[in-house]
Design a binder for this molecule. Structure first.
Ligand code: SD4
Length: 331
C-alpha cells in the first residue's frame, strides 16, 4: 500500500474550525475532499501502467481536478498513449501482427458496472472511444473486427493507416527471423491500463493496446476482455493488467483481484495473490512478464509483477510520479 499523504486527524480539522462549522457548504467540502482533507484522504487519483502513463495521467488529472468523472478521465487519459507514435504497443505507432497489420484491443468500465470493449479493431486511432460508444450506444459489451470498424465509422470515426514508418521498419527487421518471442519489459509490453477515482469517490477503468508484437493475425489478448485485462466494481475498486495476455486470461486476473479485495485483501495483497495464481499454475512463467495494478475505494494502491522492471505512474496529491513495482522473481 502506498500512503504518501499526510493524514489530517479529526482534531487537526477541528483546530482548523472545519469540523465544527455547520455552515460548511457542500462545495467547500468537495474542494477539501479534492485536496485530500475529506472523508477519503487519498482521492482523487489516477494510476496507470508504464512510463507513458505519466503523460496519460496528466491528461486524466486535468479532468479530475475540474471535478470531471473518472470515466471521462480514463478515456481522455489513455487517448494520449493511443495517439503517441512513440508508444509502440498502443494505437497509432503500435507494432503490427506478424503479417504487418496493426490490430487493436480496448475496454472501458464505469462506476455502474457498465462496460464496453472492442477487439481486433483496425485503422481506428482511438479504440477506447469506440469501446465507450459500444457501452453507451449498443445493447452489447463487445464488438470485434469488421463489425467494430463498421460501428466506429457509422459513429464518425475515420479510417487511418496506423502503421508508422518506424513500426514498419521494426517489423521488416523482425521478419528476417520471424520468431514470435515476447521479450520481458521490452517494447511489446506497453499496454496502457488506467484506473481513476474522481472527486465523488467513483471508480472507472480503461485499457487499450495493439497487443503483443508480431502475434498471429486474429489473436486477441486480455486487454479487451472484461475481468481479464481490466475490471471495476465501484463498491470495491478496480484492477488492470499488462504483459502476456494469455497468462492473464487463463487466470482472469483483474476480476480475481477485485474479488480478493471484496473479501478483505488489500490491493497489494490481491495483486500478489493474482501473480501467485499464475506462478503456481504456469510452468514457464519465468519467461514472461505480467504486471497488475489495483486500487480500492479508499484510494489505496497495490501493484505486483512476475519479473522485475514493471513500473507504473501514479498521480495523487498533486504529484505525478513513476514508481517501480514489487515483483515475484528475485534472482
Ligand atoms: C496483450 N496484455 O495483448 C497485452 C499486451 C500488453 O503490455 O499488456 N502489453 O496480451
Amino acid at each position: 500500500m502506498i500512503n504518501r499523504r499526510r493524514f489530517l486527524s479529526g482534531s487537526a480539522l477541528a483546530s482548523m474550525g472545519l469540523l465544527l462549522s455547520p455552515s460548511l457548504k457542500a462545495e467547500t467540502l468537495r474542494k477539501l475532499h479534492f485536496h485530500g482533507i475529506g472523508n477519503n484522504e487519498q482521492t482523487p487519483l489516477v494510476v496507470s501502467t508504464w512510463q507513458h502513463g505519466l503523460a496519460a495521467n496528466y491528461a486524466a488529472w486535468e479532468i479530475l481536478k475540474k471535478e470531471g468523472s473518472s470515466l471521462d478521465a480514463v478515456e481522455q487519459g489513455v487517448r494520449i498513449s493511443e495517439a503517441d507514435p512513440k508508444v509502440s504497443s498502443v494505437g497509432y505507432g503500435g507494432n503490427p501482427d506478424r503479417d504487418g497489420n496493426v490490430t487493436l484491443d480496448a475496454c472501458i468500465m464505469n462506476k455502474d458496472g457498465d462496460c464496453g470493449s472492442v477487439a481486433f479493431l483496425q485503422n481506428i486511432k482511438h479504440p477506447i472511444s469506440v469501446a465507450r460508444l459500444v457501452m453507451e450506444k449498443t445493447p452489447h459489451v463487445m464488438l470485434s473486427g469488421k463489425g467494430a470498424l463498421q460501428f466506429a465509422i457509422e459513429n464518425g470515426f475515420t479510417k487511418e493507416d496506423l502503421l508508422t514508418e518506424k513500426a514498419r521498419v521494426r517489423w521488416e527487421k523482425w521478419k528476417i527471423k520471424s520468431k514470435y518471442e515476447p521479450v520481458i519489459n521490452i517494447e511489446n509490453h506497453d499496454t496502457i491500463g488506467m484506473l481513476a477515482i474522481d472527486n465523488y469517490g467513483d471508480v472507472a477503468g480503461a485499457c487499450t493496446t495493439s497487443g503483443l508484437a508480431y502475434k498471429m493475425h486474429g489473436r486477441v489478448g486480455d486487454s479487451p476482455i472484461i475481468g481479464a485485462g481490466m475490471y471495476v466494481d465501484n463498491e470495491v475498486g478496480g484492477a488492470v493488467a499488462t504483459g502476456v495476455g494469455e497468462l492473464v486470461m487463463k487466470t482472469l486476473g483483474a476480476f480475481l483481484i477485485v474479488e480478493l479485495m471484496r473479501n478483505g485483501k488489500t490491493p497489494q495483497q490481491a495483486c500478489k495473490e493474482a501473480i501467485k495464481r499464475i506462478t503456481d499454475k504456469q510452468k514457464d512463467y519465468k519467461k514472461f512478464q505480467v504486471g497488475y495494478i489495483a486500487i480500492n475505494k479508499s484510494g489505496e494502491i497495490g501493484t505486483f509483477s512476475i519479473n522485475k522492471g514493471f513500473d507504473y505512474a501514479l498521480y495523487q496529491d498533486g504529484e505525478n510520479e513513476l514508481i517501480e513495482s514489487g515483483y515475484f522473481l528475485k534472482f
